[in-house]
Structures are given as C-alpha cells and as structure tokens.
Write a protein that binds this ligand. Sequence first.
Ligand code: C2O
Ligand code: CU
Ligand code: CU
Length: 518
Amino acid sequence: MGGLLLLRSHAFSAMTHSMAAQANTLNANTLAPFVDPLPVPPVARSSGMRPLPASPKTRVPYYRLAARPIDVKIHRDLSPTRMWGFAGSVPGPTLELRSGEEVLVEWVNELPQQHFLPIDYRLHGAEGNPQVRIVTHLHGGFVPPESDGWPEDWYTPGRSLTYRYPIHQEAAMLWYHDHAMGINRLNIYAGLFGAAIVRDHSEDALNLPRGKYEIPLMIFDRLITPGGQLFYPSSDKPRAPWTPEVFGDAILVNGKLFPYLEVEPRRYRFRMLNASNARFYHLSFANGLEFHQIGTDQGLLPEWLGVKKISLAPAERADVVVDFSDSRGEQIVLKDTSFNIMQFRVSANKVSDESSLPAQLRPVSKIAESEAVRTRLLTLDEYDSFTGEPVLLLLNGSYWHDPVSEKPVQNSTEIWSFINPTDDTHPIHLHAVRFQILDRQHYEPTAYQLKKEFRFLAPRVPPEPYESGWKDTVGTHSKMVTRIIVPFNCHPGRYVWHCHILEHEDNEMMRPYEIVPA
Ligand code: C2O
Ligand code: CU
Ligand code: CU
C-alpha cells in the first residue's frame, strides 16, 4: 500500500452525504404515510419455448426482460419518479422457477445512451467506458459461470445477453440485479432488480400460505428530490463523486413509499428482501406481533422460529409467516428501529385459513468442520489516505484485477474466515454456492495487523438462530472473525465474491474466485 494509506480506525464521515442530501432532497417523513396500497410486481411471463443453444433438441421456457426507463408513481403526493426497470416495473417482474427445470432469460438493454446518476470515472470498470452498461446476475443461483453476470461482461444499449439457468437447487427466494463493473450501485439504485422464486415439491407439500397470501416485500431506501426524482449523493470532490455509503430516508416497499396492505385475519407468507445499497434493517411490528421465520437466504430453516425482530443486511432475505388471526380490525405498522416501513390493515370479518405452518420444514444437516479441506483467512480492509483521496476498500489486500487467489476445488468444502478490523459490518456474498455460518469471535485487530497473531477477546459465538440455515450472504461484524463453511458444489469456472454494500463493491471490495474441476 506504500506509505500513503492508513488503515481506517474511525467511522465513515457520515457528514458528507447527509449534508449533500439535505441541500437537495425532500424530507420523506413530511409525506403522508400509508396512503398508497402495496404493489406486487407482476410474475414474469414466458414468451414461449426455445431450444437450448448447446442441445437444440431440448426446448425450455424463454423469457425476455428488457431494461427501460419508466416513470414510477412512488407516492400519492409526488410526481412520477424516473427510474430504470425491467419490463416496465420496479422491482422487475418476479421470475417463478422450479427446481429441476431450466429456463433461458434474455436480458435486454433498451436504456438511453446517458446515465442519470453520477458516474465516478476513477472507478475500475468506469474509466473510459460507455456510461450505460448493464449485465444481470441471479443472486443466490447456482448457475454456470457464463450465465452468472460476470461484472466485465457488460453490454451497451441496443444489445442483449441470453442466460441459461438450470435450476439445481432447493426452494428459496433469489433475486436478480445488475452487476456492471464500477456502476452497479447506480444501476440498482435506478431500479434494475427483481425477485426470482425457486419452488420444489417438498416445499409444496408443506401447504404454506400461497397465491395471494404469499407476497414479496422488497425493501429499499432512496433519497428523493423535492420534484420527486431520485437523488444519488456525490462526494465534495468533483473528480471523484463516489461516496462510501448511501442512505435514503424514503423507504420503499415494492416501489411505494410507506405503503399499506389490506390483509385478512389469517396466515400470510412474506418473502422479505433487503434490496438497499447500504442500509441495514431491524424489522419489527409496532404492536409486538411475532414473525414465524421459516427461511433465510437459501431457503427453509429446519423448524420455524418465533421472533419479534428480523435484521437484514443488504441482499439478505427472510422468509416469514405472519398470523393476523388474532388481530381482526387492527392496523399494524411494520417498522425499523427509528422509522416506519409499511402498514397492515387487518379486516374485521372472520375467515377460514386452509394453509398450514408445520413444525418441521426441511432437514438442514450441519456441515462438520472436519469436512473442510482447507481454511482461508481473508481480511476486509478499509484504508484512509493522507492525500485527501477517497477511502480505499479491499478484500484481503487485493484489487479486483490482481490474480485470482481463491481457487477451491469443485465439490470440496472449505472454511472461509473473514477478519474484519473495520468499524463496519460488511455483508459478504459468494456467488454460485450456499454456505453455513460456523461462528463469530471478537479479536484484537492491532496484534493481527502487526504480527498476524490472533488474540481472541471472547469465546466463539454461534450464528443467531435466524441465521442458522443455508445462507449466501453473511454479516461479518466489526472487530470480529466470522467463519463460514462452504461446499463448492457448483459448475467449475470463474465467479466473484464481494461486499454487498454496493458502494464498497463498486470500489474494489470485490474479487474473482475460481472453482477448479476436481
Ligand atoms: Cu447480489 Cu454479486 O451479488
Ligand atoms: Cu450473487
Ligand atoms: Cu463493505
């Protein structure tokens, strides 16, 4: 790092963005809450069957999803907001997928030539390249490398890429989102994401609430100008507009600001996703109603858990069943620690509920540590500079373009140990695989930095009960070592792992990795 950079030891300068935000944005809390009904994104419709390029005798469902500008009415009292969405909606249409089937999705770029959010041309991938570039990744999908949305495989308006998704995984809520190198924080902020739900027979047999009683809740925060437009803050350096984290005070669910949902007094299943760039949510019902958490990022837990609070880092999902049967006639607010998210209006009439919430959901066998063939120690780094340059964030001291250093063997199991000396929780995501969290442990960062020596300050703590299933994103907490155990049971090839705070990801907190054939 030369002598110019200093490991960060203090929190990000929250001042810079909140000041910029104040000057240009509306205070979302001055808008009337709960005046718009919650929208539910449409289900993506296949436009027929197409032959698979590699085996033309096999025909599979084909979808065409085009990214286009759209104007979204996010609140009754605001003029429509210019966004970019797939197939005319933000979030885009929900892909309904079944385990064992295969689909083709043509991701089309029908965007204009110019971006409307502030590009930082210093960032890797943005230098000298066209402003508008997209490439779509299916987050949580175990897909072949050539369909994974490699960040440098972006393409410009007028072009498309057709991806093949063989679905060899258990029921879970995945999501698709942009992954273009150096600008995906802007493309996702603009609206380029949507849900993808994988279903399977064993989940069907549980008879969980379904149809109109199963609703995705995709939560994302934005800053809005007084004219109702998206505002993405910039640093105070015109040459380097990137800011380390962006937080908005307008919290949208499925594209509406503080919406309401009319529900019947019965069980509902909500598929919750934190689709924010950087904000973490700590969700609870204002009246203390419980969530029955049934699943995490990668599908069902072994048994449901009764919880009052659900924490979601960017890209994490929680699958919950909420029973409104004792809340007839009530209005219940879903809130974060300090603000409201949405409202549920429970009707007063009695209804029958034919759905179930079985005690046993699916077996999740714990992977023994002894199954791991190796352990990798990986640091999460933030550097301050003496020269007034922006913060630098790296994974294990390496840049994106440094040679691939993580090369797990296909079908082998490894432990990845994330060492986090910073003041932030970084949600770390690995493409193409699912994993289990082993534990977290407080350690003393200076001894490790200077001598690569571990001084642990407390015993290992197991994952929270709600993190105990299969995951694809893990909150690696400040001043802790977080260990995950990962079976690399995917197609061989190049994938990526990264921090899912999108501002970090776009500025070098992303690395390639390669699954090598056994
Ligand atoms: Cu949500 Cu690299 O992905
Ligand atoms: Cu992913
Ligand atoms: Cu990060």
